[in-house]
Ligand binder design. Structure first.
Ligand code: GLC
Length: 475
């Protein structure tokens, strides 16, 4: 089967969050399973783009109302990613260092979607499946169905995968004329709550809707930033498929980015060495339990709870724990976390920013990973942590609920119900007790390492959905 993944992120070309990891890995496993798989992302000005070779395979012009943007399609030539990667290069819109956050984001991602479809139309073969990811690609299922110029693509079956339903790509009717011409009778598909809503369009028009975990699918029927009733109405074409992780990239026995490789039977010595290196780097005490957080510092991830929870846990257990935070996001949260260094020097540290190599070392060297998310459609960090023998402390929500079971119920981690400072600190206290019971602690770590969250299993679930919509038009 010929499959296109269209996305705003793909690791290692362009990453802000977990979306990139998924789009950078799932295609590789689909290709290994015998399919032709191509990934299309915008041609941002990233390190990967500047350091790799590309050839131009197509060029054209995107018309957006009165604007005219020349674009080219660049193909990555080394084939080292395990799938074909294509960049839509529109200099005026994407030759910028950041992926998102510009005033013209609507124009940028509309142009990206239109240029992608123009190119697919110009190719000799029409793919069987287009898998869109999140709101940046939500208009594609509509355009394929209803824009006159894409009539030749109508045999394509579309899937929209929802990694984050909070962001929806809203825009006003004043920009309706940016879209390629279609019969206005279909304009209702574009509208939700009096605005044009890219995610809602994708949900209405795609042949199938997938979420990145089963629990998240249940939750968005109750709370989805205004789209609850829409999700309810498409329940029969929706399915939750838990993400996998790339076992080649995330493998403590081969990982080049960590201080010492280890496997289940060498977990104690391996993690100790990594912890020592990490603690040395951040001036922490490797004889005490180390709690880490990796991620974006936003409310959604419970980032706003971290300064207070860290301060409370550290003051209650002064000299008995370490806390290390790696992340960036909300400036006020960043500032509070930096301030904490003054009070808890030697037990606490923070690295503002993102650093892939450091993230690997943190998974390898930490005892616990904190994930107090308010919303977590899947969450990959808990799966990385488990793979590295690091015990996850999570709030029961979305994919965290599907992957972490409390050790009190013979599980692999520590769970709490509220995204609150009190619940986080209570869990840290439980974790400290567990840490002192070396036999149980080791058993739980080993249990985590043995879990198979590889993409091989997940990959088949996606192919099964594609097959159903190709054969029967529905799931
Ligand atoms: C988004 C979600 C996260 C999920 C990731 C990959 O970043 O917030 O929960 O794991 O997408 O699907």
């Amino acid at each position: 089967m010929e499959i296109f993944h269209i996305s705003a992120e793909c690791y290692p070309m362009a990453k802000v969050g977990g979306l990139a990891d998924v789009v950078g890995a799932l295609p590789k496993y689909q290709k290994n399973a015998g399919h032709q798989v191509r990934v299309v992302v915008p041609g941002y000005d990233t390190k990967f783009k500047n350091e790799n070779d590309f050839e131009c395979v197509h060029w054209g012009n995107v018309k957006l109302g009165n604007f005219d943007f020349p674009f080219s399609v660049l193909k990555e030539t080394t084939d080292k990613l395990g799938y074909e990667l294509y960049l839509i290069e529109i200099n005026e819109l994407f030759n910028r260092p950041n992926l998102y956050g510009y005033e013209d984001d609507i124009e940028r991602f509309l142009s990206f979607q239109i240029a992608t479809l123009d190119w697919i139309l110009a190719r000799k073969s029409v793919p069987d499946i287009i898998n869109c990811h999140d709101h940046h690609t939500g208009l594609i299922p509509f355009l394929i169905k209803y824009a006159y110029k894409y009539e030749g693509l109508q045999t394509i079956k579309t899937v929209i995968t929802i990694h984050n339903g909070l962001y929806q790509g809203w825009f006003g009717f004043d920009k309706l004329h940016y879209l390629p011409e279609f019969d206005l009778i279909h304009v209702g598909f574009l509208e939700w709550d009096n605005s044009l809503n890219s995610l809602a369009v994708g949900i209405k028009c795609a042949h199938a809707v997938t979420t990145v975990s089963p629990s998240y699918l249940n939750e968005i029927n109750i709370s989805a930033n205004g789209l609850e009733s829409l999700f309810n109405s498409v329940r029969n074409k929706s399915i939750g498929i838990l993400n996998g992780i790339d076992f080649e990239v995330w493998n403590p026995s081969k990982d080049q980015m960590i201080a010492e490789n280890y496997a289940i039977n060498t977990i104690e010595t391996g993690k100790k060495k990594n912890k020592e290196k990490l603690c040395e780097q951040f001036e922490l005490d490797s004889t005490k339990p180390l709690f880490s957080f990796i991620g974006r510092l936003f409310e959604e991830k419970g980032g706003d709870l971290l300064p207070h929870a860290s301060a409370l846990a550290l003051s209650e257990n002064f000299e008995n724990i370490n806390i290390l935070i790696l992340g960036s996001g909300n400036a006020a949260i960043e500032e509070q976390l930096i301030q904490l260094r003054n009070d808890y020097n030697g037990n606490y540290n923070v690295f503002i920013g993102y650093n892939e190599e450091l993230a690997h070392l943190i998974y390898a060297g930490s005892d616990y990973i904190l994930m107090p998310s308010r919303v977590e459609p899947c969450g990959l960090n808990q799966m990385y942590a488990l793979r590295y023998g690091t015990v996850p402390i999570v709030r029961r929500t979305g994919g965290l609920r599907d992957t972490v079971i409390d050790f009190g119920d013979s599980g692999n981690g520590i769970c709490h119900d509220q995204a609150s400072v009190g619940d986080i600190c209570y869990s840290i206290n439980r974790a400290m007790k567990l840490y002192d019971d070396k036999i149980s602690f080791n058993e739980i770590r080993k249990k985590g390492m043995a879990i198979d969250h590889s993409w091989e299993r997940v990959c088949k679930e996606y192919i099964d959905i594609y097959t159903l919509i190709i054969e029967k038009n529905e799931i």
